[in-house]
Design a protein around this ligand. Structure first.
Ligand SMILES: Nc1nc2c(ncn2[C@@H]2O[C@H](COP(=O)(O)OP(=O)(O)OP(=O)(O)O)[C@@H](O)[C@H]2O)c(=O)[nH]1
Ligand SMILES: [Mg+2]
Length: 317
């Protein structure tokens, strides 16, 4: 089995694909690989692409991959595909297969579904991204649907977070203001071939004006992912952001924050599991005591916590 690790170390892409599955499923080999390859990470630039369902994220990433190859950069994509029939969204692999880069060794694509997964999505994404980083990809792109808090957290796992908006969201730009807009380093207004696109750009501009001079200026790129219009400039924007992070020392700051949130995800997940099994094992008389008001929830919660011994191993060493 460690043969697989050796093949990955030697740059074998098929071995990489297999090892990623081990990492995703958290098999003992996957966990061992996670620990082993971590030291070799830290070179890749992580780009999070998030936005509402059907915004064209996968199409855009495929177009970005093609541009990246033109510049000689290798690129790996981790897509959390909702495989939703409503949005007309196709899985990432299909988007890539439509392009001439499908058989290019410098492009690697993996889709994850949230269905039937073990553990949370974010820790798996982090672990898989680390492996791709260690393998040597220059860019690692994470596609997530920006709908809930989880996605905001996933977006925080990137060096550069790109928020994709599209015309036809109504007052969506306003609605997004609260959570998602703050995480963006770059705005993309995709489907710029549609008539309403200029309005979305305008909305974003006025939102920025309202936010005032104190808040960071966030570049806005208009793209047509289906034709590739504006995509070269978007890639340049992403690379410029990277340069800027390096120049201001923010890259290390973000890296530390990102790794700490990874630690938090893992610890929280283990805690939750532990708590859930303690709850499941709660004797019937204690459950009944709650209902009969002999014990209050707070006291019982304290008792549960006391009972938890927190030396939790997170997989094999
Ligand atoms: N008119 C127009 N259509 C686009 C553009 N980009 C993507 N689309 C179309 O929008 C639909 C959804 O594209 P996807 O790339 O699958 O969108 P997505 O955001 O990845 O979708 P989910 O992963 O399901 O959230 C497809 O039919 C695309 O062809 C664009 O720039 N202009
Ligand atoms: Mg998609």
């Amino acid at each position: 089995m460690s043969d697989l690790l050796a093949r990955v170390r030697a740059g074998d892409r098929r071995a990489l694909a297999r090892l990623l599955t081990h990492v995703e499923n958290r098999t003992p080999l996957g966990l061992a690989a996670e620990r082993e390859f971590f030291r070799q990470t830290g070179r890749a630039h992580l780009v999070g692409i998030t936005g509402p369902p059907g915004a064209g994220k996968s199409t855009l990433i495929a177009a970005l991959a093609r541009e990246a190859r033109r510049l000689g950069l290798t690129i790996a994509v981790l897509a959390v595909d909702p495989t939703s029939p409503i949005t007309g969204g196709a899985v990432m692999g299909d988007r890539i297969r439509m392009l001439d880069i499908a058989s290019d060794d410098g492009v690697f694509v993996r889709s994850l579904t949230s269905r039937g997964r073990c553990g949370g999505l974010a820790p798996s994404l982090c672990a898989m991204a680390h492996l791709l980083d260690a393998f040597g990809f220059d860019l690692i792109v994470l596609e997530t649907v920006g709908a809930g808090q989880d996605d905001v957290e996933i977006a925080r796992l990137a060096d550069t977070t790109v928020l994709v908006l599209v015309p036809g969201l109504g007052d969506h730009v306003q609605a997004l203001k609260a959570g998602t807009l703050e995480i963006a380093d770059i705005f993309v207004v995709n489907k710029a071939d549609l008539p309403e696109a200029a309005r979305v750009v305008g909305d974003l501009r006025s939102l920025q004006r309202l936010a005032g001079a104190a808040s960071p200026h966030i570049p806005i790129h208009a793209t047509v992912a289906t034709t590739g219009d504006g995509v070269a400039s978007l890639l340049q924007g992403i690379l410029d952001h990277r340069t800027q992070l390096d120049a201001t020392g923010q890259r290390l700051e973000r890296l530390q924050r990102r790794l700490l949130s990874e630690v938090r995800f893992l610890a929280l997940e283990a805690l939750e599991e532990r708590l859930d099994s303690a709850l499941a094992a709660l004797p019937e008389n204690e459950r009944a005591a709650l209902v009969t008001r002999q014990v209050d929830p707070r006291t019982l919660a304290e008792r549960l916590l006391k009972g938890l011994r927190l030396n939790l191993p997170l997989g094999s060493h």
